[in-house]
Ligand binder design. Sequence first.
Ligand code: HEC
Ligand code: HEC
Ligand code: HEC
Length: 488
Amino acid sequence: MRGIISAVSTAFSVLLFTSQPAASQDGDIDRLIERGRSVAIAGDCMACHRTAEADGKPYAGGYTISSPMGPIVAPNISPSKEFGIGNWTETQFVDAVRNGVSPGGYLYPAMPYTAYRGMTDQDAHALYVYLTKGTKPVDEAPQAKTDLPFPFNQRILMLGWNVLFNSAIPFQETAAAPGGHERGKYLVDTLAHCGACHTPRNLFMAENNDSYLAGGDVGGWHAPNITSDAVSGIGAWKNEEIVAYLKHGNAAGKSQAAGPMAEAVEHSFRHMPDTDLEAIATYLKTVPPVRAEGQTTPGFARSDAKAADLGQLDYGIDRDPKAMETGTSTNGEQLYVSACATCHQVNGKGTQDHFYPSLTNNRAVGGMTSNNLVMAVVDGVHRKTNDFTVQMPAFGEELSNAQIAAVSNYVLHRFGNEDLHVTEANVITLRNGGEKPLLVKATPWLMAGSVALAAIMLAASAFVWSRRRSRKHAAHEANPGDLQPLKR
Ligand code: HEC
Ligand code: HEC
Ligand code: HEC
């Protein structure tokens, strides 16, 4: 009976559905696709799910994320039936995006599903419709495959990780007003996953929520403290400055976006509506402040007294950056004047229009770490904004590690935080993706430890087993009559 009722009601709803005017259906789908597109932009799915080259094919996969455990390749999530998600049901898709469980097994958290877990049902549905109906299938497999070393290749390990670290984050249905605090929180925590980079990670590489948004490492780069603290965070920034930074990658006289933040600005934030960027700024100002130990001056507010007299000096040194191609000097001053001063000026003040930024009022130089200064010299700065392209050349090939350390120390000493000192070894570590987290460093020990543990457990169980046997045996010997009844 129930079967009949449901069959009838399905038929009825199909009838209702199909009898809708076609235009309104298309309108609904179009609106859903449009909403899904904006979710994909805020979620920056394209940053990873593209081919490896700079303007890679959308959603084709193949881009490699260098995780501390080894390279992890983002898969094809285009609607290709053979290589992408063309045959996935919505449930499978949503399970992958929110819970990190794909039909192929448990996903590594290099895919930020711990953040997307908070995605509303409506946004998840729109995202599925957009990716399956609003994008083009790419019928080819990504160029590379993930192949992590043991024990990290055991995806089942992620089950335990998820129980520990992905269950505590509550799922939230957000009915947030545009531009408001709640909308900002939803964007920061869920769609734009700011914490994936800006929150430090614990021993097991899960975000440490006691230091929420207080600064984390992404490869060799440092994603700074963006809590509301006025000294260590962005509490002293005007909301308009935060919006300008997210939209253009530059807050004049304070900071600019290079490395992974430049990519986030280019692919995601600059395409978001102003109301969303304002909502983010409003929300960030309410994040509990976290002060870095010993910091008394904001990174962008270092005194530039030491730089003031430099403009007058005539070094008589070749200022052509090409001079570096053959140079082997490790004199920081000489390196600065020939490689950097053409744009940042001898006195470090850059150009008035901030196109070539001042190094004196600059968090990358005056903050509590020199990682981004070193990485900017190694990799350069590349960013498309809505109006123009920002380019600083990469010096990673032209300058040796010792030269990069020398010019960085000159810049720190003259224009920024002179308590910091860069060594050649620091440069090598940063170039290779930064300090390895403890877990990875400890893996050989953990493995040795678990082998030892397994051996001890084996030995212990063998011992218990043999004890039981021998006790039985002893009991049998002491009381042979035990078994006698059977014989009788
Ligand atoms: C920071 C990089 C990154 C971002 C941003 C990202 N992903 Fe992923 N995604 C990955 C990686 C890496 C994997 C594969 C993980 C693995 O191998 O365990 C993955 C896996 C997936 C899978 C499973 C595919 C399969 O074949 O198993 C889906 C679906 C997916 N992502 C969808 C999305 C969507 C939708 C977004 C945007 C809302 C998104 N991803 C944003 C890196 C990312
Ligand atoms: C993929 C990693 C990543 C993501 C995601 C990310 N950031 Fe960043 N962010 C960085 C890095 C790295 C820097 C430093 C850039 C530099 O110095 O060139 C940075 C810098 C910043 C700064 C400048 C802070 C200062 O003191 O100079 C702000 C503000 C900021 N990010 C806000 C955000 C917000 C808000 C979000 C989410 C909406 C976000 N970021 C998402 C990596 C990231
Ligand atoms: C051809 C011009 C040019 C040269 C030469 C140059 N820079 Fe830059 N630099 C730029 C531009 C452009 C930016 C980014 C401005 C922006 O993001 O709006 C930049 C940004 C920076 C930043 C900020 C990076 C960050 O992550 O916030 C630092 C630090 C820096 N340069 C240091 C140097 C040093 C040191 C040298 C010499 C080894 C140098 N630059 C050479 C043009 C140049």
